[in-house]
Design a binder for this molecule. Structure first.
Ligand code: C5P
Length: 221
């Protein structure tokens, strides 16, 4: 576009799922496709930003002009984000980070036994977006919330609790949007304001969300 409201700004985002290893051949993960995060990375680049995309394992091509860092686990993603966050103006957490990881990663493949049940102990992963928002030199920080009910209530709670500048809430209860879909609808909240972005393809929606982020960023900086 002719107008590039993110020109001269460095923007980092996370996208995709994380994989939490159980042993050398098995992991716990989720159905995130990474499509929304990759669409946001492309849109941010088109609006002039210098974009770093920290991605979990997905089968998507890197958008042109975007610097990509591949990670697997939530801890890998946390480390990659923290290593580069200090120079960023804007941070968008779009990844579906696993909340918990196996406490012990077996060094060899776990064998089947005669027992009918097995217990895997899990331990909490670091909250990446909350850690970024807690930094002394905090970038403009945007989180996502995927909820199946009480979308606004949980989004506003998350905005406050994680000290975010903005939160984009998905209603993932319908199959026409969110997760693996090419379409999405978002309700975007910030301190003292909200905007609904109606059901659209993720590319168009990404442009709208980035335009809103650019506006809020410039209004507050
Ligand atoms: O609390 P909840 O997981 O629902 O919050 C979702 C938001 O937090 C998303 O922006 C997600 O990318 C981010 N998140 C994160 N690190 C985690 C868990 C969630 O950055 N460990």
């Amino acid at each position: 576009p002719a107008v590039q409201p993110l020109a001269g700004l460095k923007l980092m985002l996370t996208a995709g799922p994380t994989r939490e290893a159980l042993d050398p051949v098995r992991y716990i993960s989720n159905h995130s496709s990474g499509k929304m995060g990759f669409a946001l990375a492309a849109a941010a680049r088109a609006l002039g930003a210098d974009v770093t995309l920290v991605s979990g394992p997905v089968s998507l091509a890197t958008p042109a002009g975007v610097q990509r860092i591949n990670v697997e686990s939530a801890q890998n993603m946390y480390d990659a984000v923290m290593a580069g966050i200090d120079v960023q103006h804007i941070f968008i957490a779009c990844a579906a980070v696993a909340d918990y990881a196996p406490k012990i990663v077996a060094s060899h493949k776990i064998k089947k036994t005669s027992a009918d049940n097995m217990v895997v102990e899990l331990t909490k992963n670091p909250d990446i977006v909350a850690a970024v928002a807690a930094l002394q030199q905090k970038p403009f920080t945007v989180g996502f919330a995927a909820e199946t009910r009480d979308v606004e209530k949980y989004a506003l709670d998350k905005l406050k609790r994680k000290n975010l500048d903005m939160i984009a809430a998905n209603d993932v209860s319908g199959s026409d949007r969110g997760f693996n879909s090419d379409q999405n609808a978002l309700s975007v909240f910030w301190q003292g304001g909200l905007q609904h972005l109606p059901l659209a393809d993720k590319t168009g929606l990404a442009e709208q969300l980035l335009t809103l982020i650019a506006k809020r960023y410039h209004d507050t900086h």
